[in-house]
Design a protein around this ligand. Structure first.
Ligand code: UDX
Length: 477
């Protein structure tokens, strides 16, 4: 019995943020000696192979393998935020039966899968796991605070806060226990800002969230000291929670205790490392890093406002502009000369950056972010204060927690996206409120470091997760 090795199949939702955290978990399970299958969509796996050295990252572990599966969408489909539900529908109708077939035929293999960890918005995996008889855990890659707000959808509907009523966006929301004093209508995740209850995206998020309770437990990329009051609320419904975040840092911590294998990138875009040399040339705490993650888009007008604001702030800036992130391209015109000039003097633009390294660079003073959860925990760990410009999904509530609860950043969603606002906030985060924001950021970063260090909460929760996967893989009959 002791010699049996668990074989864990990891099923991420096919998007960058989800893959990043799931791949870190995959490597942690390899380090525990488990066999691991990472199931990627064909579309994303092609990109991963094209832009990273992911194969060599996992080469020390012969028990690790990638497998691929179709997401059911045609090759040229953009898989963008505005067509999110097309992807979701395709996964449910197309991927689910393929996944089922894959698991059934895998049962006959010598090294069959003994355990599944599925993304919390891929809960069709629970139906399949139940049918095939394989234990399953849910991994939700969002914050505990956003997960809890989704969990409260029935309560919000009961007290008339959903569907989203017209009226004051600053009105306080009462239906999310633990957040009554600071959560305003405008802070609810975008999926909850709907005018009808039967909107497919709301139904989807509710069903997936509710289904979490059908699995053996919930893994979250957060840490106890960051979200403990909210975690207590969730625990009254889902008692078995493994907070193992920040995962990228826990992996680094484990690797430094283990061997010298690396935790290199899992990017779906080509990282431009020239920005690291540019950062090397800058004084400590002098640069603002700007990135809106993998899904968010800005209009061309908004981009120009951000650009003017950054240039006018007179601060150095490193800006990630993904090739597919500017909408309204048809109106493309000349870039104003003052922006070209200001960027030559103080700016650096890339299409994709090695973000974790950028945030850890001594020259970086602040992060203008879309408040995606990975970006948020990466910034928290690095102790870098944020300016938040949330785009969709969980990002609206994450930014409220940054500004009101953790107090390690400023929330821009309350303000218009004008060059004056951008300039003002950049100056505030790097000058006016610098000390106050840095003090909170450093304090939270210290808690984060403790959580991933030997004996810290995330470290211990990972150990518990590993033992639980082992015992659930081979139950004593
Ligand atoms: C979105 C959600 O907002 C997020 O909360 C959810 O869990 C997943 O879907 P996304 O837009 O991808 O995510 O943002 P985020 O969660 O921040 O993930 C982006 C990832 O890409 C981060 O790990 C970040 O380090 C990485 N990244 C981003 C880079 O490596 N380079 C870049 O230039 C930009």
């Amino acid at each position: 019995m002791e010699n049996k090795v668990p074989h864990v199949l990891l099923l991420p939702f096919p998007a960058q943020g989800h893959i990043n955290s799931m791949i870190n978990l995959a490597q942690l399970l390899c380090l525990a000696g488990f066999h691991v299958t990472f199931l990627n969509t064909d579309h994303n796996h092609d990109r991963l192979l094209r832009f990273t050295d992911i194969q060599s990252r996992f080469s020390p572990w012969p028990g690790f393998r990638f497998r691929t599966i179709s997401d059911g969408l045609p090759v040229g489909h953009p898989r963008s935020a505005d067509r999110f539900m097309e992807l979701v529908d395709s996964l449910r109708t197309h991927m689910k039966p393929l996944f089922r077939e894959m698991l059934i035929s895998n049962r006959r293999e010598l090294d069959a899968v003994t355990f599944i960890v599925a993304d919390g918005i891929m809960m069709f995996a629970t139906d399949v796991a139940d049918e095939v008889g394989i234990p399953i855990l849910t991994f939700r890659t969002i914050s505990a605070c956003s997960f809890w707000s989704y969990f409260c959808i029935p309560g919000l509907a009961e007290n008339g806060e959903l569907p989203f009523p017209d009226g004051d966006m600053n009105g306080l929301i009462k239906g999310v226990p633990g957040m009554e004093t600071f959560l305003r209508r405008r802070d609810l995740p975008s999926f909850l800002r709907v005018k009808e209850l039967n909107i497919p995206s709301l139904q989807f998020i509710w069903t997936e969230t509710q289904n979490t309770t059908r699995s053996a437990g919930l893994i979250l990329n957060t840490f106890e000291d960051l979200e403990s009051p909210i975690l207590s609320q969730i625990r009254s419904h889902c008692p078995n929670i493994y907070t193992v975040g920040p995962l990228h840092a826990l992996l680094k911590s484990k690797l430094s205790n283990n061997n010298n294998s690396s935790s290199s990138s899992s990017s779906l875009w080509k990282e431009d490392n020239t920005c690291m040399t540019w950062l090397d040339s800058k004084p400590p705490k002098s640069v603002i890093y700007v990135s809106f993650g993998s899904y968010a888009t800005v209009t061309r007008d908004e981009m120009l406002e951000f650009w003017h604001g950054l240039v006018n702030s007179q601060k150095s800036f490193l800006w990630v502009i993904r090739p597919d992130s500017i909408t309204g391209k048809g109106e493309e015109g000349q870039i104003p000369a003052e922006l070209e000039e200001g960027t030559r003097k103080r700016g650096f633009l890339v299409e994709w950056a090695p973000q974790v390294e950028v945030l850890a660079h001594p020259a970086v003073a602040a992060f203008l972010t879309h408040s995606g959860w990975n970006s948020t925990v990466e910034s928290v760990f690095a102790g870098v204060p944020m300016i938040c410009w949330p785009f969709f999904a969980d990002q609206q509530i994450n930014s409220r927690f940054v500004s009101e609860v953790w107090r390690d950043g400023l929330d821009m969603k309350d303000l218009s996206c004008s060059r004056e606002t951008v300039e003002k906030l950049v100056r505030e985060v790097m000058e006016g409120k610098r000390e106050e924001l840095r003090t909170s950021s450093n304090k939270i970063a210290e808690f984060a470091r403790q959580s991933v260090g030997v004996g810290g909460s995330s470290w211990n929760n990972l150990e518990r997760l590993i033992e639980d996967i082992r015992s659930m893989s081979f139950p004593l009959h």
